[in-house]
Design a binder for this molecule. Structure first.
Ligand code: CAA
Length: 447
């Protein structure tokens, strides 16, 4: 059977950057190390006043199509994942297709278009849809375009303001992929939760601390469900483990729990027993509270072992590089983590073809999903092309002062009728171009 997976991708960051330790922290009266050490973030990407989820998604997709030499006829499906949609009926994929049709001769009239919503996990769900569509034999030899695009903004002075970000990841899903192959084995952890939601509002209502607990609980369920189909996993199964990364500190917490789970009853647990004892077993405790406390103590000890730290430095830390510089991109976040890992492998001359990645996606509300991906032979060439562009784009972002940040945040606030001058000059990209007669947002391509 032919393999199906991610053939290629491109990243598009918002054109502005907010320096968290040097600009945001002092203005908020906070210690810069809360950002750099606690949350693990240096900066947030931010959209200029002419940017939004459509421009960033269309720009990422355009760049991808140009690099791969594709025309609209090569695409049979466009799925957009976002939790920042401004239209409750017309999907963002139609706006994106409209943008792309301005720069291509052909059109996307025979491509199936949709929009997926389940907080940050929707990008991964779009990959599933594309995979299933191709596997079902419905693609007519065409590829699917999956675009994860978000402006992850919070209400001013909400604790979440520290973790904002804006950008898009466009992925091409096809047979015989160059980058990674997907498989039918996956695990879910899903429950009705009210940790983070946007009922009829632009900015989220967030119970921050609870959202972190829910992330960990659902991720654990998803890992157990994955193991029920793929067999027990072992930390050495995966070259890298990209997680959904709202901020790197969250992944620090998830990684140690995943490691603890996967070393249970393995020689690693036995090797570590001399240093930190064996993991507590539920049957040895009268009540759950006592067991939970013992597990917390074991996890603290585990975190401090050289063995764990070496695994973390090799398998997890390299997935966090982009996130530290751009913040949370919601639906794009786990796909940035994969990109960070592959860029790290290329930079350190790691021969990754045939290795596995263990991918942990998450969306508030809440659902986690765990699956493995097999790195394909063409990964190196593909990642080098992405990485050159990405470095340039990150370096070229306009560095906001705090006053400018306040103005740009207001300009993106749907409840405020303010206009802000552009801080950057768009070039060879789609931009927001005002409102149409039915209240639709309009776009044009700037040479
Ligand atoms: N030096 C070093 N570390 C410091 C520090 C300093 N001066 N000051 C604080 N820290 C540490 C804290 O100890 C804490 O680390 P630990 O959790 O390991 O103890 C970390 O920095 C953050 O500090 P606070 O807990 O005081 O931060 P906060 O209460 O202001 O907010 C937050 C943190 C709850 C994550 C908030 O940013 C938030 O609500 N974010 C949005 C929700 C979110 O991202 N949740 C994540 C799971 S949900 C999800 O993943 C979906 C999604 O994308 C939104």
């Amino acid at each position: 059977m032919t393999s199906v997976g991610i053939d290629a991708f491109e990243i598009w960051t918002g054109n502005l950057v907010l320096d968290l330790p040097n600009t945001f922290a002092p203005a908020q009266g906070e210690d810069p190390e809360k950002y750099t050490k606690g949350l693990g973030l240096n900066a947030s990407s931010f959209p200029d006043s002419y940017e939004d989820i459509v421009t960033m998604g269309a720009n990422a997709a355009h760049r991808l199509m140009e690099r791969k030499g594709l025309t609209p006829e090569d695409i049979g499906r466009i799925d957009v994942a976002t939790e920042s949609s401004f239209d409750k009926s017309k999907p963002i994929s139609t706006y994106v297709a409209g943008c792309l049709e301005q720069v291509y001769e052909g059109d996307f009239h025979h491509a199936n278009k949709g929009e997926r919503k389940f907080a940050c996990i929707a990008g991964t769900q779009c990959l599933d849809d594309a995979y299933n569509w191709i596997r079902a034999g419905r693609s007519r030899g065409r590829a699917a375009l999956v675009i994860a695009t978000d402006t992850a903004l919070y209400e001013r002075d909400d604790p979440g303001e520290a973790t904002q970000g804006a950008g898009a990841v466009a992925m091409l899903i096809d047979e015989d992929p160059n980058l990674v192959e997907l498989s039918a084995e996956q695990g879910y952890g899903s429950a009705d939760e009210t940790d983070f939601l946007k009922p009829q509002q632009q900015f989220p209502s967030v119970d921050g601390k609870r959202s972190m607990q829910v992330y960990l609980a659902r991720m654990r369920e998803a890992l157990e469900d994955y193991e029920s189909v793929a067999g027990a996993s072992h930390p050495d199964d995966f070259a890298y483990v990209p997680f959904h990364t709202p901020f790197p500190g969250m992944v620090r917490k998830a990684a140690v729990l995943a490691y603890r789970h996967t070393i249970r009853d393995t020689p690693i647990e036995a090797d570590l027993a001399e240093e930190i004892g064996r993991q507590p077993r539920r049957e040895d405790f009268d009540d759950k509270a006592g067991y939970d406390e013992a597990i917390r103590g074991y996890v603290d000890d585990l975190k401090a072992t050289e063995r764990y730290q070496t695994w973390y430095e090799t398998t997890i830390e390299p997935t966090l590089t982009i996130s530290r510089e751009v913040g949370n991109w919601y639906t794009g976040s786990v796909h940035l983590a994969r990109a960070s890992a592959l860029i790290h492998a290329a930079e350190t001359d790691r021969d990754l073809a045939g290795s596995a990645l263990g991918v942990g996606s998450y969306g508030s509300g809440a659902q986690a999903e765990v699956h493995a991906e097999l790195v394909a032979d063409g990964w190196h060439e593909e990642i080098e092309a992405v990485s050159d562009h990405l470095d340039d784009q990150l370096a070229e972002r306009y560095d906001l002062t705090f006053t400018e940040y306040e103005a740009v945040h207001d300009a993106h606030n749907h409840d405020k009728d303010v206009e802000t001058a552009e801080l950057t000059t768009p070039s060879r990209e789609f931009v927001f171009d005002g409102w149409g007669r039915m209240g639709e947002r309009k776009y044009r391509y700037v040479e």
